[in-house]
Design a protein around this ligand. Sequence first.
Ligand code: HEC
Ligand code: HEC
Ligand code: HEC
Ligand code: HEC
Ligand code: HEC
Ligand code: HEC
Length: 356
Amino acid sequence: MKKILLSLLVITLAVSLSIMGIACKEEAVEEATDADAAAEETVDDATEEVTEEVVVTAEDGGSCMDCHNDSTLIVSKNVQWGASLHGSGMTFERNGASCAVCHTSEGFTERMTAGTFEIAEDVENPSPINCRTCHDIHDTYTSADWALTSTEPVTIELTGDVYDLGNSNLCVNCHQPRTSYEIPIAGAGDVEITSTRFGPHHGPQSSMIAGVGGYGEEYNGSNVHYDAVDNGCITCHMGDAYGKQAGGHTMNVTYEYHGSTNENLAVCTSCHEDIESFDRNGVQTEIEELLAEVHELLVEQGLIDGESGSGITGTFTSEQVGALWNFKTIEEDRSVGVHNPKFAKFLLETALDALE
Ligand code: HEC
Ligand code: HEC
Ligand code: HEC
Ligand code: HEC
Ligand code: HEC
Ligand code: HEC
C-alpha cells in the first residue's frame, strides 16, 4: 500500500512537472524537494526507472499535451477498444508462456522486444491487449508514440510463409495458426489424434488470407483480397467507427441495429460499389453448404462429435485427419469465405475428396 501511494505521488509529481514545461527535470525535482521535505523521501525512494524516464522526456522535448489535452482522441478510442474483444475478452487469463505471447499485453511486448515467437516464463499479473500492446505509448512522450509496435512482415510460424500487407502485419503476429499440431500430409498413413482440440487454433485468419496452411495439394491460386486490399485486416475491420459497435478500434465488421445484426458494408464499398451483403455473388452461401457437407462426413466417420461439435481422439487415416484440419481452418477463420473466397472453396473441396 505504501509503495502504491509513493508511486502515485511520483506520478503526480511527474505530470505536474512536465505540464509546467520545466526543461530539466532533475533540477525541478530538487526544487520541489526543497520546498517540501516530506516529498524528498518520496523522490529518493522512487525507483530510478521512473525518475530516469522523466529526464529522457525533457531532453527529447516531448509533450504530454500532444495527447493529454482537451480533445476526445483517447476517450473515443478507449470506448471503442473497451467494447472490442481485445478490451472486453477474458482470454488474457491464459497467461501460461505458450499462450501469453498472443493473449496478454506483457507476453506480446516481451516477444516483440526479443524478436522471438516464444517467451520463457508465464506472465504474472497479465493485462489484456490494450493501447500499449499495439502502440509505442510513453516511449518518446510525443505524438510519435502512436506509432504501431511493429509493422514488419511476419513469418507465419506454422508454415514459414511470409505475410506482408501494410499495417495489418501487426495483427498477424497473433492472428495466425498455433504450432501445436502438424498439418497432415496426404498418403502418410495413419495419424493419431491425441487432443479434442486438434486443429490450427482460433486465429488462422492470416494463413487464410495468404492462402497457405491447408491440407492437400499446395494452393496455387491467388487471393483477390491479398492483392487488392493494401492494409489487409485494417481496411475491413477498422473502417470509420460506428459508435462502439463496429469499425475503428472495435475491430468488428457487424453491429446490432434495432434488434438485428447488420453488416458494416461501408468498408467494402470503396471496391464493391453496389455490394448488398457480405454474401457477395453467393460466396458465403456456397462455403456454408460445403462446410455442412464436410461436417456431416466428419461426424459419420467419427472425427467430430455431432452433438458437442468437439473433436474426437483416436487413430485415423491422414486423409481423414487432413479433411478435419481444413474443416477446422474454415470454421475458425470465421469469415465464411470472405477472407479468401477461392482458397476457402479449395480447402473444403479438398476435404470432401479426402473423405469420399
Ligand atoms: C502518444 C500519446 C501520449 C503521450 C505523448 C503521453 N501519453 Fe500518457 N497516456 C497515453 C495513453 C494512450 C494512455 C492510456 C489511456 C488509457 O488507457 O485510458 C496514457 C495514460 C497516462 C496516464 C495514466 C496512467 C497510465 O500509465 O495508464 C498518465 C499518468 C500519463 N499518461 C501521463 C503522461 C505524461 C506525464 C506524459 C508526458 C511526459 C504523457 N502521458 C504523454 C498517451 C500518451
Ligand atoms: C497481441 C495479439 C493480438 C494482436 C496484435 C491483435 N489481436 Fe485481435 N485478438 C487477439 C485475441 C487473443 C483475441 C480474442 C480475445 C478474447 O476472446 O479474449 C482477438 C480478437 C479479435 C477480434 C474479435 C473476434 C471475435 O470473436 O469477435 C477481431 C475482429 C480481431 N481480434 C482483429 C484484430 C485486428 C484487425 C488486429 C490488428 C489491427 C488485431 N486483431 C491485433 C489477439 C490479437
Ligand atoms: C499465435 C497466437 C496465439 C497463441 C500462441 C494462442 N492463442 Fe488463443 N487465440 C488467438 C487469437 C488470435 C484468438 C482470437 C481468434 C478469434 O476470435 O477469431 C484466440 C482465441 C482463443 C480462445 C477463445 C476461443 C473462443 O472460441 O472464444 C481461447 C479459449 C484461447 N484462444 C485459448 C488459448 C490457449 C489456452 C492458448 C495456449 C495453450 C492459446 N490460446 C494460445 C491466438 C493465440
Ligand atoms: C489491437 C491493436 C490496437 C490496440 C489495442 C489499440 N490500437 Fe490504436 N491503432 C491500431 C492500428 C492498427 C491503428 C492504425 C489504423 C490505420 O492504419 O488506419 C491505430 C490507430 C490509432 C490512432 C490514430 C493514430 C494516428 O496517427 O492517426 C489513435 C489515436 C489510436 N490508435 C489510439 C489508441 C488508443 C487510445 C488505444 C487504447 C484505448 C488504442 N489505440 C489501442 C491498433 C491498435
Ligand atoms: C476483405 C475484407 C476483410 C479483410 C481483408 C479481413 N477481414 Fe476479417 N472478416 C471480414 C468479414 C466480412 C468477416 C465476417 C463475415 C461474417 O460475419 O459473415 C470477417 C471475420 C473476421 C473474424 C471473425 C469475427 C468477426 O469479427 O466476425 C476475425 C477474428 C477476423 N475477421 C480477423 C481478421 C484478420 C486478423 C484479418 C487480417 C489478417 C482480417 N480479418 C482481414 C472481412 C475482412
Ligand atoms: C480494396 C478493395 C477491396 C475491398 C475493400 C473489398 N474487396 Fe472484395 N474483392 C476485391 C477484388 C478486386 C475482388 C475480385 C474482383 C471482383 O470479384 O470484383 C473481390 C472479390 C470479392 C469476393 C468474391 C466474389 C466472387 O464472385 O468470387 C467477395 C465475396 C468479396 N470480394 C467480398 C468482399 C466484402 C464482403 C468486402 C467488405 C467486408 C470486400 N470484399 C472488400 C477487392 C476488395
